[in-house]
Ligand binder design. Structure first.
Ligand SMILES: [Zn+2]
Length: 176
């Protein structure tokens, strides 16, 4: 790119920044921070309410009402469960009794996301296979566009799993 071209790019960037009201940017950042915090607090509350675990909150811990945003809460719960040592539900060694993984529909290079873990390395903690788990992928996870990557053996569960509405009762069982 020529020097002239670079100058034009830089000038456009400056004009865009200058056109933004600084207090607007500041308020936007505060808004994003408070909302993110609210979502995490609610995810932790789900754990606190339904399990014997507890999480420390900040001394001035303010919970901000953010309206229903189940999916984002479930993502936080999902990541927290990973942090606590949980694998994905469809990685259970007994998963083939409940779901079929459609490898030809998986995006090239992402097949290993559907690996199974052996009975020696993992435990189901005696819980049944759980289509409602926040740790279960959705039916179209990593699809290459040719169709679903996970199909349940019981058709009535096909549209249930991967909804990630909230932590399921079996997720809670495994925590306790
Ligand atoms: Zn995950």
């Amino acid at each position: 790119m020529s020097q002239v071209g670079l100058d034009i790019v830089n000038e456009n960037k400056m004009n865009w920044l200058q056109s933004m009201d600084l207090s607007f940017i500041f308020n936007l950042l505060i808004f994003l921070y408070m909302n993110t915090k609210g979502i995490i607090m609610r995810a932790l509350d789900q754990f606190r309410l339904k399990t014997c675990m507890d999480f420390k909150t900040f001394p001035n811990g303010q919970v901000v009402s953010i309206g229903q945003n189940c999916y984002i809460i479930a993502i936080v719960e999902h990541e927290l469960l990973h942090a606590l040592g949980f694998w994905h539900e469809q990685s259970r060694y007994d998963r083939d009794e409940y779901v079929t993984i459609v490898y030809e529909n998986i995006l090239e290079g992402y097949q290993n996301n559907f690996n199974k873990y052996s009975e020696n390395d993992t435990t189901t903690l005696g819980t049944p296979y759980d289509c409602y788990s926040v740790m279960h992928y959705s039916k179209d996870a990593f699809t290459n566009g040719n169709g679903s990557t996970i199909i349940t053996k019981q058709p009535e569960f096909q549209d249930v799993f991967g909804q990630w509405l909230k932590i399921s009762s079996n997720d809670v069982l495994k925590l306790n």
